[in-house]
Design a binder for this molecule. Structure first.
Ligand SMILES: Nc1ncnc2c1ncn2[C@@H]1O[C@H](COP(=O)(O)OP(=O)(O)OP(=O)(O)O)[C@@H](O)[C@H]1O
Ligand SMILES: C[C@H](N)[C@H](N)CCCCCC(=O)O
Ligand SMILES: [Mg+2]
Length: 207
C-alpha cells in the first residue's frame, strides 16, 4: 500500500504541493505531524484546499505559533515535542506524511526529522528544486537519509525543467526520478491534479 514520507532538500521547495498532489491522486490520508507557523495558511489547510476533499487531512499533533524550526517554535510556545508521541496513524490505507523543512531539521534538542523517518520505517520521497544549488542539496539529503537507514523511494523535482541537474542527481545519487512538477501558474486544484497525472510516475508510487 502507498505509504510515504514526503521530505525535501529545504523549506519552501514544494513538499506541500507534491504531498497534496500525491494525496489527492491516491485518495490518501495526509498528516503533518508538526506545523510550525500559524499566521499564514497551514500546510494541512493548503492540502485540504488543493485536494478538494479527495484526501483526508488528519489533525496535526503539534501546532506551534512561530514560523521557524520546530524545535525552536516549540521552545517559544513552552512545549517539548516528544518523538514517542509521533506515532503513525493506524490503518494500512494510502498515507502521505509531510516533514518540515529538510531532512536534518530538529524537532527537539536531541531529535532530527531523519530520526523520525527511521522510527516510522516508511520510504521517503525527496522533493527538490531544479534551480542552481539543487545538486548539492539533493545529494547531501540523500546521503543523510541513507546513512540513517531510511529507504528512499525516489526524488520529485518542483519547478522549471533543468535536465543537466536532474541527471547529475540521478547519476551520483543513484535515485529514482519520479517526475517533475512543473512551475504552476496559477496553482489550482486542477493544475496540480493534471500535472501529477501527466508528469509524476504515479504507477511507481501508487503500487
Ligand atoms: N512547482 C511549483 N509551481 C508553482 N509554485 C510552487 C511550485 N513549487 C512550490 N511552489 C510554491 O512555493 C511555495 C512553497 O512551497 P511549499 O509550501 O510546497 O513548500 P514546502 O517545501 O512544503 O515548505 P515547508 O518546509 O514550509 O513545509 C508555495 O507558495 C508553493 O505554492
Ligand atoms: C517555518 C517553515 N515554513 C517550516 N515549517 C520549518 C522550516 C525549518 C527550517 C530549519 C532550518 O533548516 O534552518
Ligand atoms: Mg510544507
Amino acid at each position: 500500500m502507498s505509504r510515504y514520507v514526503v521530505t525535501g532538500t529545504d523549506t519552501g521547495v514544494g513538499k506541500t504541493l507534491v504531498a497534496a498532489g500525491l494525496a489527492g491522486h491516491l485518495r490518501a490520508r495526509y498528516w503533518k505531524p508538526v506545523q510550525a507557523g500559524l499566521d499564514e495558511e497551514s500546510d494541512s489547510e493548503a492540502v485540504h484546499r488543493l485536494t478538494e476533499g479527495r484526501a483526508e487531512v488528519l489533525p496535526e499533533t503539534w501546532r506551534l505559533n512561530t514560523a521557524c524550526s520546530p524545535h525552536e517554535a516549540a521552545r517559544i510556545d513552552g512545549v517539548r515535542i516528544d518523538p514517542a508521541a509521533l506515532v503513525l496513524p493506524e490503518g494500512d490505507g494510502p498515507l502521505i506524511v509531510e516533514g518540515a523543512g529538510g531532512v536534518l531539521v530538529p524537532v527537539n534538542d536531541e531529535t532530527l526529522y531523519v530520526d523520525l523517518f527511521a522510527q516510522w520505517g516508511l520510504p521517503v520521497i525527496l522533493v527538490a528544486r531544479t534551480v542552481l544549488g539543487t545538486i548539492n542539496h539533493s545529494l547531501l539529503s540523500l546521503e543523510a537519509l541513507r546513512s540513517r537507514g531510511v529507504a528512499v523511494a525516489g526524488i520529485v523535482f518542483s519547478g522549471y525543467e533543468n535536465l543537466a541537474s536532474e541527471a547529475a542527481i540521478v547519476r551520483f545519487g543513484q535515485v529514482r526520478h519520479l517526475g517533475r512538477l512543473p512551475h504552476l501558474d496559477p496553482v489550482t486544484p486542477a493544475s496540480l491534479a493534471d500535472s501529477v497525472t501527466d508528469q509524476i510516475h504515479i504507477d511507481v508510487i501508487g503500487s
